[in-house]
Design a protein around this ligand. Structure first.
Ligand code: 5GP
Ligand code: ZN
Length: 112
């Protein structure tokens, strides 16, 4: 259980830790992964802290929809036609940051 005040992504969202924010609106923030696994590797996160996919409930339906629409907006912004979206849920599946996030991975495009 990670406390919100110890959460690295909350600190990025609050601009307490530097990151190159490539997309932001009222609900969602996106920035490149510090350790990219593809030519373009962007993390898309809700501004409201949720630990992971496993912690979502009915009240989060709108939040999840907003995340998905943000994927499309980020892909459009960087002219990505082909990409994968991954969510690791739980440490056994490779989740290392316990603030819900989508990995947007693409073999094309670049971040300036
Ligand atoms: P997970 O393993 O939880 O699915 O993904 C967490 C991701 O966050 C990893 O790919 C890792 O490289 C990235 N990450 C961890 N700390 C930071 C950070 O301080 N800044 C950025 N931009 N990415 C981070
Ligand atoms: Zn957080």
């Amino acid at each position: 259980m990670i406390n919100k005040s110890d959460c690295i992504f909350c600190k990025i969202i609050d601009k307490e830790i530097p990151a190159k924010i490539v997309f932001e609106n009222k609900d969602v923030c996106a920035f490149p992964d510090i350790n990219p696994k593809a030519k373009v590797h962007i993390l898309i996160v809700p501004k409201e802290h949720r630990e992971g996919l496993f912690s979502l409930s009915e009240r989060d339906v709108e939040l999840v929809g907003k995340l998905m629409v943000s994927v499309a907006e980020v892909a459009k912004k960087f002219n990505l036609e082909s990409f994968r979206v991954i969510i690791n849920s739980g440490s056994g599946a490779g989740q290392s940051v316990f603030h819900l996030h989508l990995h947007l991975l693409s073999p094309e495009g670049f971040i300036v």
